[in-house]
Design a binder for this molecule. Sequence first.
Ligand SMILES: Cc1cc2nc3c(=O)[nH]c(=O)nc-3n(C[C@H](O)[C@H](O)[C@H](O)COP(=O)(O)OP(=O)(O)OC[C@H]3O[C@@H](n4cnc5c(N)ncnc54)[C@H](O)[C@@H]3O)c2cc1C
Length: 387
Amino acid sequence: MDFELSEEHRAIKELAAKFVQERLLPLEPAVLEREAAGKGLFLTPEEIAPIDQRSRELGLWGLDAPEETGGMDLPAEAMVGVNEELGKTVTPYVLPPDSPNLRMLLATVNPQQRAKYLEPYARGETVSAIAISEPGAGADPAAMTTRAVRQGNEWVLNGRKIWISRMERADFTIVMAVTDKAAGARGGISAFLVDKGTPGLEVARRIPMLGGHFTYEVVLEDCRLPATQLLGTEGRGFAPMQLRLSTRRVQMAAWCCGITQRALNMMCDYAPKRVTFGARLSERQTIQNWVADAAARLHACRLMTYDAAWKIDRGRDPRTEVSMIKVFATEMAWDTLDKAMQAFGAMGMTKEMPLQLMANRVRLMRIYEGPTEVHRWVVARSLLGRG
Ligand SMILES: Cc1cc2nc3c(=O)[nH]c(=O)nc-3n(C[C@H](O)[C@H](O)[C@H](O)COP(=O)(O)OP(=O)(O)OC[C@H]3O[C@@H](n4cnc5c(N)ncnc54)[C@H](O)[C@@H]3O)c2cc1C
């Protein structure tokens, strides 16, 4: 058993840390100001262009994309360190390409789809979304009712999707739909590639969420797709979708490690400086307990996250471990942020500090990619049986 990162993976993590320090953290005051003014959490095109250029120059694009698309093909284990560093800032920047849809495409595309969708996506030239959730099917995606019916050389999609991230910016969306009602999740759900602007695909609503985030409601009305837009095997969309979800969940656990580390660092910097009733906050047992508990949980979470990534890299089924870390990481980060905000007093309640945005981000994470309760249920079922 070796707990050391390889030299290459450590160097990539350090590069990501340098990029966050030099390029993303300086943008935080502007990001915080815009969000506080109710404009949402975003970077302007003028802010994105130089950081895109810099991250590309540093070789931080396509980290886990295949080598033939210009990527580095790094394993999940290496991505943990990179995502931990990215988690340390509230500046909303994703190193292209976003890993979860990349993994789903890699598992499903045919040669034509590879050239048209996967390769430009892997090179960071396109943005993608995924539409799984529906008004009546969120935590339980198998309950989805969006239908795809084969008519000659076309698929016709009808239904409604909700809470979809990046929908307005996405060049293409992976839409999950039922192709065999009787088979359901066991052979009856398929994935489709739907290009932006396809007739019948309508963005119905932009929904403001916590922390300046937006999601979208989408209507599919007689949305006709050439048969070639089926992604993967008909009826077998659920397994690659789960692979995608596992990738995001491990990424979220790594982000939570970064978020927790930053909140802990902020507490440790501040507590020795603030004096109340003649003593420093750092001398109070309560604050010491907050710091010690956060550090212990962070250590455990990091090891759990690397363990899940290690298992993914070796082709093992990581679902139970991934559910464990989804719960553990998000609750750890949420609790540490709450303690850090408390330690800062009124300052911790301001929108001038990043803590509240970090907390809102983590609050969202306790819902998307499966709510906490469902992941606890998954873990318990693996121990207790389906009863
Ligand atoms: C910020 C954000 C971004 C999102 N982005 C996307 C996206 O890009 N694409 C997409 O398809 N979806 C997206 N979603 C949707 C997300 O995946 C769903 O919201 C999530 O799966 C929960 O579904 P729901 O909201 O319908 O809650 P429901 O399914 O109604 O569940 C509500 C609550 O019931 C409880 N619950 C449910 N089942 C159980 C159970 N078995 N045991 C115990 N308690 C249970 C939980 O407390 C849960 O929070 C996003 C959501 C958010 C918040």
